[in-house]
Design a protein around this ligand. Structure first.
Ligand code: GLC
Length: 637
């Protein structure tokens, strides 16, 4: 494929420049600028109303750090974006103190116990003066009896407190922010996928800076040389997470600098490659443009090149026969072994969504014509494949039940040689007469019949599923409410793997025991995707019902990462508390249900061209249909 060489090399040169100019260690990618420029503080010091209902909580300014910066004698940073002048003096404690005082007022806790103290402009909380953590004291906890707007205010406060700063500007949110957790693992990092609901919550609130910074800084990390045992991931891979580290500045013992340190999976448990990161990045980029109206970010040459690098990685030819993306186990939200290697639905839905978003954003120019054509072809093929072969409902299940096997021919009905005995006994009972869903995975002679929530919801949001299928998925969620929602929305997958299956498929993973964590646990963050899907299909009442259930428990339970048991009665065995994407997922759902029109910025409508091409493919009078030769296939990517 013609890759727009000049742009690629421009991109690479900028990165090399940054590396040459800044790097002290080859394993760290510092993005810094000179000390003078460092005196500038990021973007507008604007007032920002947290709650439109409770006016006590205003003037929280996301441009200012919530952390004390006093431990840094000096900070050298390279900003990825333009930065308005605002002196360091303005980044003093006043804002922090003001904001937290207001939080205390809102929560009715100005007495000594619950209040966060200040000293020299830094928030003091226990031993660590650099962090303002969620207050564990009882009187700061929301009261069970109070109205939901207080839960919302608490959620905003926690979201603001989870913000991570790099050289004075907000760049993301930490995965979990529990002050009492002594074993944080990598939950103190900014995860790309976890930031998506945070970013969207900020966008919906009209706060764009943090999202812009996140997009531009993660772009700089995109193809950083990272290796695992001498092997580097493909250029274009986005990290799973990153951390802001403060390190001594070379040659100056009194100075430190902040660096962004990405993890591409080379340190992650199981060394899993985060395939979803780049896809989510593209989706967020499009949402940023739609919500803010600022298209200048997506139009930047480095951003355009970033999009193309992700696409290039995804569209590269391999050995695969299918248009779906082939990945290893644990390459998405489910980032441990759960038997989802191959062509998991979640990745396919995000892939389709990212292709749709990229198509909207890519600047038409000679250099990218081949790429755009390859992208269009893939959209059609992927859409056909998923709609046709991943779909199950009563009718389709009955067809599979009667499948002939070992068909050698171009027009086989049972193309993947699925043995009917594979239909699991639970599904025979479980499949409702009204409704259906997209299965979790499809491989030769293998259908993974488990229901995966995120993949199904995002297929609705991205229009990967047909309108009819989308309604049927929501029908199924309604009919199977006590299995999929029960006491906390939403089950990550259904049903759980048990016994020998659990032993073999998860490798006896003690975190993924039946009905826990990824193995049938319930994840409140999924509320936001459920809400977008329901609003898109004009069925917001389903999301409202789910939100009502979540709202009763989330704050009281301290915003857990996930819930356990078949009906989600318990807080997850190893669930983090104050998990940011549980908080943000709730906020996005809340905001969207209040202003459903905003959800349009997050979904993709069915595309007429794709629909047309699909109709041609299934048209029985089309002579080329049988061999699937409707698409012109001439592109080398
Ligand atoms: C767990 C989840 C993953 C998430 C991470 C940080 O590993 O499986 O999806 O990104 O925690 O919250």
């Amino acid at each position: 494929m013609a890759t727009g060489i000049s742009e690629m090399s421009f991109h690479a040169t900028t990165r090399l420049y940054a590396q040459h100019f800044c790097t002290a260690s080859p394993f760290i990618s510092p993005l810094r600028k000179n000390a003078k420029a460092n005196q500038r503080r990021s973007l507008h010091a604007r007032s920002w109303g947290i709650s439109e209902k409770t006016h006590n909580f205003q003037n929280i300014n996301l441009s200012q750090p919530f952390q004390s910066r006093k431990k840094f004698t000096e900070c050298h940073c390279q900003q990825a974006s333009d930065i308005a002048n605002l002196s360091h003096d303005e980044a003093n404690s006043t804002w922090v103190q003001d904001a937290v005082n207001k939080v205390s007022q809102v929560l009715g806790s100005t007495n000594g116990k619950g209040a966060i103290e200040f000293e020299n402009g830094s928030a003091k909380h226990g031993e660590d003066p650099t962090l303002v953590m969620p207050e564990p004291a009882k009187d700061l906890q929301p009261k069970k009896t109070r109205g939901s707007s207080l839960v919302e205010d608490e959620a905003w406060r926690l979201l603001v407190e989870s913000m991570v700063y790099y050289c004075g500007g907000p760049v993301g949110t930490i995965a979990a922010n529990d002050p009492l957790d002594s074993n944080k693992l990598n939950y103190d990092q900014v995860f790309i996928r976890d930031f998506i609901p945070s970013g969207i919550a900020f966008l919906l609130k009209g706060e764009y800076e943090i999202v812009r910074n996140f997009i531009l800084h993660t772009l700089q990390l995109q193809s950083w040389e990272k290796t695992m045992d001498c092997h580097s991931p493909g250029q274009g891979l986005m990290p799973a997470s990153f951390k802001v580290r403060t390190v001594p500045l070379d040659g100056d013992e009194n100075a430190t600098e902040e660096v962004l340190d990405p993890d591409f999976g080379e340190a992650a448990i199981g060394r899993v490659a985060p395939v979803d990161s780049g896809l989510w990045w593209i989706i967020l980029l499009r949402a940023y443009g739609k919500c803010s109206g600022d298209l200048s970010v997506q139009e930047r040459i480095d951003v355009q090149t970033g999009i193309k690098m992700i696409l290039k990685l995804c569209l590269a030819d391999g050995f695969d026969m299918f248009p779906t993306l082939l990945v290893t186990d644990g390459s998405c939200m489910i980032d441990r072994r759960m038997g989802i290697h191959g062509h998991p639905l979640e990745i396919q839905a995000l892939f389709y969504s990212a292709l749709m978003c990229a198509r909207e954003m890519l600047a038409p120019e000679d250099g990218s014509a081949d790429l755009i054509r390859a992208l269009n072809n893939r959209l059609i093929a992927l859409s056909f494949h998923i709609r046709e072969y991943y779909w199950v409902d009563m009718k389709k299940l009955n067809e599979i039940y009667r499948y002939k096997t070992e068909e050698y021919s171009y027009d086989a009905v049972n193309k993947f040689n699925i043995y009917p005995d594979q239909i699991p006994p639970w599904l025979v009972e479980w499949m409702p007469s009204k409704g259906g869903f997209l299965i979790g995975n499809l491989q030769p002679a293998h259908m993974d019949f488990r229901f995966f929530s995120l993949g199904n919801l995002w297929s609705i949001v991205s229009s990967l599923a047909t309108t009819q299928q989308s309604h049927a998925i929501l029908d199924l969620i309604e009919t199977k409410w006590s299995d999929l929602v029960a006491q906390m929305p939403l089950k990550i997958c259904y049903p759980a793997l048990e016994g020998q299956e659990w032993r073999i498929i998860t490798g006896s993973d003690p975190k993924n025991t039946p009905w826990s964590y990824h193995n049938g646990g319930s994840w409140p963050t999924l509320l936001w995707q459920l809400t977008v899907a329901c609003i898109k299909m004009n069925r917001p009442e389903i999301a409202e019902r789910a939100l009502e259930i979540a709202e009763k428990r989330l704050s009281i339970d301290k915003w857990p990462e996930y819930y356990d048991t078949k009906s989600a009665r318990f807080i997850g065995k190893q669930a983090r508390l104050y998990q940011t994407w549980s908080i943000a997922g709730y906020l996005v759902a809340k905001l969207l249900l209040e202003k459903p029109d905003l959800a349009k910025t997050l979904w993709s409508d069915e595309d007429a061209e794709i629909l047309n091409a699909l109709n041609v493919m299934v048209d029985p009078t089309n002579p080329r249909r049988k061999r699937g030769k409707v698409l012109k296939k001439t592109y080398i990517v």
